[in-house]
Design a protein around this ligand. Structure first.
Ligand code: DQA
Length: 139
């Protein structure tokens, strides 16, 4: 689940976020997932309520979640609540190294609801997130 502004990958500060566009990233993530025997479904929205609704619907569609909620990660209590409602194993991903950037990016309101967190590894970080999720799902 890609959150706010992730649709601008490719033209958004490539020094921080790399040069892959979102469709290119999804091709890679699908490849990683297939290698791991997982079937990914993707979503992206710039609207907080839509992201919450996608979380409400998630238990009917998926066994687990990988979320890059973008800036919402740092302040959206609504998304935190919706993630709690979803009650699925979830991994938080950030393309950039949020812990080494501005202070406001260091805090995540969803981290304690997630089974794992990957940051600063670019597109490759999604492979790690998939591995964490698969380990969680297969016990
Ligand atoms: C991000 C990091 C967030 O701080 C930022 O607001 C984003 C992207 C990342 O993938 O590095 O939009 O989640």
């Amino acid at each position: 689940m890609h959150g706010v502004n992730l649709d601008t990958l490719g033209r958004r500060d490539p020094a921080v976020y790399g040069t892959s566009t979102l469709p290119e990233l999804e091709v890679e993530v699908r490849r990683f997932a297939t290698e791991l025997g997982l079937e990914p479904t993707f979503s992206q929205t710039n609207h907080e309520g839509e992201f919450c609704e996608a979380l409400h619907d998630a238990p009917d569609l998926a066994d687990g979640l990988i979320l890059n909620a973008g800036a919402w990660t740092h302040y959206s209590w609504a998304i935190r609540d919706a993630l709690e409602v979803a009650a699925l194993p979830a991994v938080e991903v950030h393309i950039s190294a949020v812990s080494n950037r501005e202070d406001w990016r260091r805090h995540s309101v969803i981290a304690d609801l997630c089974v794992g967190r990957v940051e600063g590894r670019g597109v490759e970080g999604y492979r790690e997130a998939l591995e964490i999720l698969r380990a969680e799902l297969t016990g």
